[in-house]
Write a protein that binds this ligand. Structure first.
Ligand code: BT5
Length: 265
């Protein structure tokens, strides 16, 4: 049984700033429509906007991200990736690697990564990542990335919006949101530094954890076309290669996962 005091432990600005450390400026809001929208509107490297309750959380392609108050982490960190344009497509993969690392370290749960950047446990979604590019804010400066992360921490099954979701609590881990927040930001800084220095290392770590690799998949391409086949590789540009075709953007459905699908026991 969980302790209700831990379960509904509030986020608190000083504790969040301490957990984040000196590289970040944390802005905590009791409620916000979307932390990505707020962070993009005031994009400065190191700003992190956290909402204890996000009321209009955004997913990709006009989808939504839904979490109740007080039980999840929803935040957006503004970073200067310091990458040449050709390396930007690796950013979503690197953020997924960072979130997985933080979850492993703080919760002892080992997630898998679904291309490009879903963080799953046993086929169910634990975290979603929404990356947006802003700027460059001024002439001569570099574009920034708003890294939006939604992480299901303490939800019970009936607090999840879809049956394909899970939370750390459901996976048997009791974790303080504040500590996890600090761990995600630390892992993000670490992974971005590795990405700048040696992108192959991040790709290797991504491939190791990527459950899309080798799976039978269906990819909905941006134009609406459906591509089916085996996901054969994640190439050096972060693209998934399906039936011989390298795909840079699209929605992937895993058709079979080790002989079972999410929801099956
Ligand atoms: C994502 O989109 O996975 C990106 C989600 C990013 C959310 C963060 S929260 C902080 C920041 N501020 C924002 O406004 N957004 C970011 P996508 O791959 O499109 O997945 C969306 C789909 O996931 C929905 O259509 C639902 O099926 C499902 N979903 C919604 N809420 C969920 C949840 N809490 N847990 C698991 N799945 C969820």
């Amino acid at each position: 049984m969980s302790d209700p005091a831990v379960r509904r432990s509030p986020l608190e600005p000083v504790a969040l700033a301490d957990a984040a450390g000196p590289s970040w400026t944390v802005r905590l809001l009791a409620e916000a429509a979307s932390t990505n929208v707020l962070a993009a509107a005031d994009a400065r490297p190191g700003l992190v906007v956290v909402a204890d309750h996000q009321t209009a959380g955004r997913g990709r392609l006009d989808r939504s991200w839904e979490t109740p108050a007080g039980v999840a982490l929803t935040f957006s960190a503004v970073v200067d990736p310091g990458l040449p344009d050709a390396r930007w497509p690796l950013l979503p993969l690197a953020v997924a690697v960072a979130v997985a690392q933080a979850v492993r370290r703080s919760a002892g749960v080992s997630p898998e990564l679904k291309w490009p950047n879903d963080v799953l446990v046993d086929g169910r979604k634990l975290a979603g990542i929404l990356l947006e590019r802003v700027g460059p804010p001024a002439r001569g400066s570099r574009p920034l990335a708003v890294v939006g992360i939604g992480l299901n921490v303490d939800q019970t099954a009936d607090e999840l919006p879809v049956p394909t979701a899970t939370s750390l609590r459901i996976e048997g881990a009791t974790v303080e949101r504040t500590a996890l927040f600090g761990a995600v930001l630390a892992a993000l800084e670490e992974t971005l530094a590795v990405l700048r220095a040696d992108a192959e290392r991040v790709l290797a770590s991504y491939r190791e954890q990527c459950s899309t690799l080798g799976a039978a998949v269906e990819v909905q391409l941006p134009g609406g076309e459906l591509l089916s086949g085996t996901a054969e590789a994640i190439d050096g540009h972060g693209r998934v290669v399906v039936a011989g075709r390298a795909v840079a953007a699209g929605d992937v459905v895993h058709l079979r996962r080790h002989g079972r699908s999410p929801g099956e026991d």
